[in-house]
Design a protein around this ligand. Structure first.
Ligand SMILES: Nc1ncnc2c1ncn2[C@@H]1O[C@H](COP(=O)(O)OP(=O)(O)OP(=O)(O)O)[C@@H](O)[C@H]1O
Ligand SMILES: [Mg+2]
Length: 269
């Protein structure tokens, strides 16, 4: 894949600083005392048992949810052509079925850019995500993996300084997940976009994270924060060090995960 010079925004990402974040939905305390920092261009992978508050924390980072306690600070420079500094990528792709691939990617640009500027930017991100040949296809004609490529192309089109990704690959089969993860990791690393990546899949977390934050069972607290110092590009899933780290994380959350699962089964509908 080619990379236009304008995507080499290394260093232009935001720094996210979370201090003392806590949250509750009525009587249900979901997050407690969360302190985290994501440096510009760094990827934080967020893992933890089901229901521990990962999506809530992502919502707080993105300003969608006001935390009951604590602060989120986003600091640093944002590129001049950035149209949406903090951008979400959703698990369910969230494509509009009545728009072509090209028009789905153009959607967030429409209020901001002229037709010509939009077309140029859409072409650029379609090339970056290997979608050029599918520009005029409809979402229903695409596989799940291709649809999520469109999701990431649309997110990149606004030149985000920070990407918030909530289990972006979890609806896909294992092979597609592996391939897309490698591609996304490369794209994010080369573009230098600060990223928070929520996943249940520990192999994804150690493959894509500079840091891996392991949350405890609800109320979610940071149980461990692991740093992986090797570059994201070139990491291999079969790397023994990464596998060992995955084992360590799994040992930490296994009991919590089992308890969370029991709670889910026991919960009334
Ligand atoms: N809007 C809401 N109102 C009430 N409770 C909520 C709301 N959103 C989430 N919850 C509850 O808060 C807890 C944390 O939810 P959240 O979705 O943040 O967890 P999660 O770690 O993302 O879970 P999963 O791994 O299943 O995606 C869960 O028990 C959930 O049922
Ligand atoms: Mg979630």
């Amino acid at each position: 894949m080619t990379q236009p010079p304008s995507m080499s925004a290394a260093g232009s990402g935001l720094r996210l600083t979370l201090r003392g974040i806590g949250h509750a939905y009525r009587a249900l305390t979901v997050l407690q005392d969360i302190d985290l920092t994501v440096a510009p261009g760094e990827v934080l992978a967020l893992v933890g048992p089901s229901g521990c508050g990962k999506s809530t924390l992502l919502g707080i980072m993105g300003g969608l949810i006001a935390p009951a306690a604590g602060t989120v600070e986003a600091s640093g420079s944002v590129a001049d052509d950035c149209l949406n500094p903090v951008t979400y990528v959703f698990q369910d792709f969230a494509l509009l079925p009545w728009r072509s691939v090209r028009d789905n990617v153009a959607l967030p640009l429409e209020p901001h850019l002229s037709r010509a500027a939009r077309a140029a930017r859409v072409d650029e991100v379609l090339a970056l995500t290997s979608l050029t040949a599918f520009a005029d296809a409809w979402p229903r004609e695409l596989s799940g993996g291709m649809r999520q490529r469109v999701g990431i192309a649309r997110a990149l089109a606004v030149r985000p300084a920070c990407l918030l990704m909530d289990e972006p690959l979890s609806a896909l089969d294992a092979q597609t997940r592996t391939l897309l993860l490698e591609e996304f990791a490369g794209l994010i690393a080369r573009a230098g976009i600060t990223t928070v990546y929520v996943t249940h899949t520990l192999s994804e977390a150690v493959r894509i994270g500079h840091q891996v934050a392991v949350l405890s069972r609800r109320p979610g607290r940071v149980r461990a924060l692991l740093r992986i110092d090797r570059p994201i590009e070139g990491r291999r899933a079969a790397d023994p060090d990464l596998l060992a780290m995955e084992e360590r994380i799994w040992a930490m959350i296994r009991d919590d995960a089992a308890t969370a699962e029991r709670e889910r089964i026991d919960a009334p509908d």
